[in-house]
Each structure stands twice: as structure tokens, then as C-alpha cells.
Ligand binder design. Structure first.
Ligand code: SF4
Length: 495
């Protein structure tokens, strides 16, 4: 990362920063005295005072803004009481966007908007849906974080048990219970689910959803394979390749999804509209790429792992609000740049650089990593294909098919590990954490395979840690393992 400060030239004695460039990006010139708010992680109680201070300073918010404490009182999001959150206005906006989604979906339903529940594809079908007027797409799968946020007080996993989906499945089974109890998101006007090379959990749970009277429109995503000798292949977003025949197959499947959406919404979803939807998605993805670059390469770390994980997840369906997602990402980027210019961040400079694989079922895991002396320098939260740019120089359905086939969960674990190796290498990772998800069927021996490949290619230490939706009972063990990993990193630096 190349960082150049420009110092004030007005007075010979003045050494204030009035501008800077970071990897070629120009920062707004301003007299450095405004860059004084320290970067801190604070509790929910501390956020009450911080919120009042920000309001006194002229905070402007979206209509669903407000103090974070109300999410505990109104929605029972008790996990917030155990988290440490970034103290910036940008982080406040991010949390409010995330935690207000169910309310906004209910409001959209009352306003007569069309609600699409899309399952498993993580980043493809919403691009199509948001190309239409008055349509919101969201992931019922997102309910997998509800038992964490509400610390099991909502009873979703117990209800899933009673519906025949027990804890041999991963926490995504919460979506089945949330659809049935109707206490969370509204029942969508249509449900769309990708199956084929997806995990058994979602396939089985979505079948049960269909069986219980919530009809599902299925589309197939094949297992991505290498092209046979002499078979034409094409590069996908993220630099992997797939046979042209597979791209053509997925294009046909997405064309069925397109026609289904047209039929259900009564609107035409032609190529011009789809291309506009792709451009909109790429606006989000470009911003996110810059944010990840600065947040993961800046030292000390300018934005905590927790807020960055949520920011990454916005890419899959914009948390049901594309415009606000753009604004939130712009604010986070501005805050990260402000901190880098001012030399501020979370934790000490030189913290152990960790590449994190898979989203943890408990958000608190990201706090724990930093409490143990680590920081995130790169990630694979299973949504790499929702972060890569979608091609804009081919017909839109072909572009979306290529993006869908770039999903790191539709190929072999060895293929996925190759990308992890590449990105861990370029992000100067010093260790890799594979966060295992209880009951997840997507790969029983994932950590073994990733560990072997990373160790062979990069020689980095790898740990796999199972993280349940509420990790409190496991915290001493998880903490000990993360501390040991950080100690290993520091010892290797001095070896
Ligand atoms: S965590 Fe794994 S098993 Fe669970 S829904 Fe996601 S891909 Fe499927």
C-alpha cells in the first residue's frame, strides 16, 4: 500500500495533514484538525452516549436510523449486548441497515411491493430482481444468524427440530422455522432456490419448505468442473474457468428464473433491464473492493473484522436496499481513509494477519479474534462470487451464469482452496482460520483439505474452529486456540 501525506504549506511551522493519496486514490483536502475522533470498539451501552454525541454533531440518518439499543428492546437482538462495535457514524449506519431489514420488509409488503425470497445462490438472483420495479429480494437463509442475534430466545432451532429438521443440519434450518412462525420476515410472494451442486442442508430444508405449503421455484447449478481436453472453456469472475457448455446450461436455467419473475411480477425483464441491474450490482462491488483493499491492507487495522464482515455480506442482496447499501459503503470507505490518513486504527500496528474462511455462526467470533491479538487481512465468507465484478461485455444472462458458476461452493474444495491460497498469498496472510459450522454438510473434511493445501503452498499455520450460534460455552477453548495461533505467528516472525 503506497501512502503519501500532503502537509499544510500555508505556514512554515504547520505540520497538519491537508490531503493524501493512498494507492493512487486522492483524499479530500482538509485541514487535519478535524481528523481527531479515535477509532474505538464500544459496548451497546457506550453507543447510547456516542449516539447522543453524534446527534449533537449533526448526524444525518436514513429513516430507519436511531440508537442501536432499540434493536434489543424492540426485536430482542440480545447478542448486541455482548458485542464490541466500531464507534463511527458509518458503523452505526451499517448496523441500522442490517438490523432494520425485517421491519423494512414488512413495510414493503404493506406498501404492496413484491417480495422475492431467494435461497442459496448468494448474489445472482437478486441482481435480476433488483432490475425490476417495486421488487425486493432477500435471503430467508439469512435467518441462520437469528439464533445468534437473539441468543436462542426466539426458539427457531427448537421449532425446526419439531418440523423434522434437527441439529444434524447447519443453522440455516432456522429459515424453515422463520417461514413457519412468521415472526421474522414476511412470507415472500415467491421462493426461488438453486439446487444441484449446493449443500445437502439447503436442498433438504427447501424441499421441506415446499412440502409445508410454500412453493419453491427450483433452478439447477451444476458442479463446476475442469474442461475436458479440447473442450472450449471460458474465464469466470475471480479468475477460475468453466466449460462453455456449463455456462450455457446455467444461462438456460437463469432464463427460466427470468421468465418466472416476469410471470409473477407482470413486468418484462429484458436484456436492457438486466444489464442495468448488473451495472447497479457492480457499483456496489467496486465500492466493496476498495473498502476491502484499504481495510484489510491498512495497518493498524482501520475497521474491525465484525463490521467488515457485515459490509461484505451486503453485496449478496444489498440488505433489501440498494441505495442505502451504496451510501453505507461510501461512508465506511471515507471513515477507513480518514483513519488511515490520521494513522489510527483498532489494535496495535503489526497485529497477526489472519485470512478467515467461512462466516462464523456467532458474530462474536470476529471480536474474539481481535481480542486475541489478530486482525483480518482477507476472507472467504462463501460469497466471493458476490464480490467479484460481473462481466458487462457479454449478454446479461451469460454474464450472470458466469458469476453463478464462480461460486466457491459449487466446485471441489481443492478448487476453493486454490483461490484461498492465491488471496491469502497476495494479502500477506500469516495464518488461516477455517471456521466450521455445526452440522454443515457442504464439506465434512473442508478444514483438512484447505489446511493441507495452504500448508503445502504457503507454509502457513491453519486452524479449524467450530463456532456454534452462541459460542459462550466454548469461549475459553476458542480463545485459547486463537491465542495459540497468534503466538505461533509472532514466533514465526522472530524465527
Ligand atoms: S453453511 Fe454450508 S451446509 Fe449450511 S447452508 Fe451454508 S453451504 Fe449449506
Amino acid at each position: 500500500m503506497i501512502f503519501r501525506q500532503r502537509l499544510c504549506q500555508s505556514y512554515w511551522h504547520c505540520r497538519k495533514i491537508v490531503g493524501a493519496t493512498l494507492d493512487g486514490f486522492e483524499f479530500p483536502a482538509r485541514h487535519g484538525c478535524t481528523m481527531t475522533d479515535p477509532a474505538e470498539k464500544i459496548t451497546l451501552d457506550q453507543w447510547d452516549d456516542r449516539y447522543r454525541d453524534l446527534c449533537r454533531g449533526g448526524l444525518r440518518e436514513a429513516d430507519y436510523g436511531g440508537p442501536l439499543g432499540r434493536h434489543v428492546e424492540a426485536h430482542g437482538d440480545r447478542r448486541l449486548l455482548r458485542l464490541r462495535m466500531d464507534n463511527s457514524a458509518a458503523a452505526l449506519r451499517l448496523w441500522n441497515l442490517l438490523l432494520s431489514e425485517e421491519d423494512r420488509l414488512h413495510r414493503a409488503r404493506a406498501e404492496g411491493k413484491f417480495l422475492l425470497g431467494t435461497m442459496k445462490d448468494l448474489g445472482t438472483v437478486p441482481v435480476m430482481a433488483y432490475a425490476l420495479e417495486g421488487v425486493l429480494a432477500f435471503y430467508p437463509d439469512g435467518a441462520w444468524w437469528t439464533p445468534c442475534l437473539m441468543e436462542h430466545s426466539e426458539g427457531l432451532l427448537a421449532l425446526a427440530d419439531r418440523l423434522g429438521i434437527d441439529d444434524s443440519f447447519c443453522p440455516v434450518r432456522a429459515m424453515l422455522a422463520a417461514l413457519v412462525d412468521e415472526n421474522h420476515f414476511p412470507v415472500p410472494d415467491t421462493l426461488v432456490c438453486s439446487v444441484g451442486a449446493t449443500c445437502d442442508d439447503v436442498a433438504a430444508i427447501a424441499q421441506r419448505i415446499d412440502e409445508l405449503g410454500f412453493p419453491v421455484f427450483w433452478w439447477e447449478i451444476p458442479h463446476r468442473r475442469a474442461a475436458d481436453s479440447g473442450e472450449p472453456s471460458v474465464e469466470l469472475p475471480g479468475g477460475v474457468r468453466a466449460p462453455v457448455a456449463q455456462v450455457e446450461f446455467v444461462r438456460g436455467e437463469l432464463d427460466r428464473v427470468r421468465r418466472h419473475l416476469e410471470e409473477r411480477t407482470g413486468q418484462s425483464l429484458d436484456d436492457a433491464r438486466l444489464a442495468a441491474g448488473i451495472r447497479r450490482a457492480n457499483q456496489v462491488r467496486r465500492l466493496l473492493a476498495r473498502l476491502r483493499h484499504f481495510a484489510y491492507q491498512g495497518d493498524p487495522s482501520p475497521m474491525p473484522a465484525l463490521e467488515m464482515m457485515i459490509a461484505e455480506v451486503l453485496s449478496i442482496h444489498y440488505c433489501s436496499d440498494w441505495a442505502e447499501t451504496l451510501s453505507v459503503l461510501e461512508d465506511l470507505l471515507a471513515e477507513v481513509r480518514r483513519r488511515l490518513v490520521a494513522g489510527m486504527g483498532h489494535g496495535p500496528a503489526g497485529a497477526a494477519r489472519v485470512f478467515w474462511v467461512n462466516p462464523p455462526a456467532d458474530l462474536r467470533a470476529m471480536n474474539l479474534l481481535e481480542e486475541c491479538g489478530g486482525r483480518i487481512c482477507g476472507t472467504d465468507y462463501m460469497i466471493a462470487h458476490a464480490i467479484d465484478l460481473i462481466p458487462e461485455d457479454v449478454p446479461p444472462l451469460v454474464a450472470l451464469a458466469r458469476a453463478a458458476l464462480a461460486d466457491p461452493m459449487v466446485c471441489s474444495t481443492a478448487d476453493r482452496a486454490e483461490r484461498i491460497v492465491r488471496e491469502a498469498g497476495t494479502s500477506a496472510a500469516e495464518a488461516v482460520v477455517v471456521s466450521r459450522i455445526p452440522g454443515a454438510s457442504h464439506c465434512a473434511s473442508e478444514s483438512l483439505l484447505v489446511g493441507r493445501i495452504v500448508a503445502r503452498r504457503l507454509g502457513l499455520p491453519v486452524v479449524d474452529i467450530e463456532i456454534p450460534p452462541v459460542l459462550d460455552a466454548m469461549e475459553p477453548t476458542i480463545r485459547a486456540r486463537l491465542e495459540a495461533l497468534v503466538e505461533t505467528v509472532l514466533a514465526r516472525r522472530n524465527a
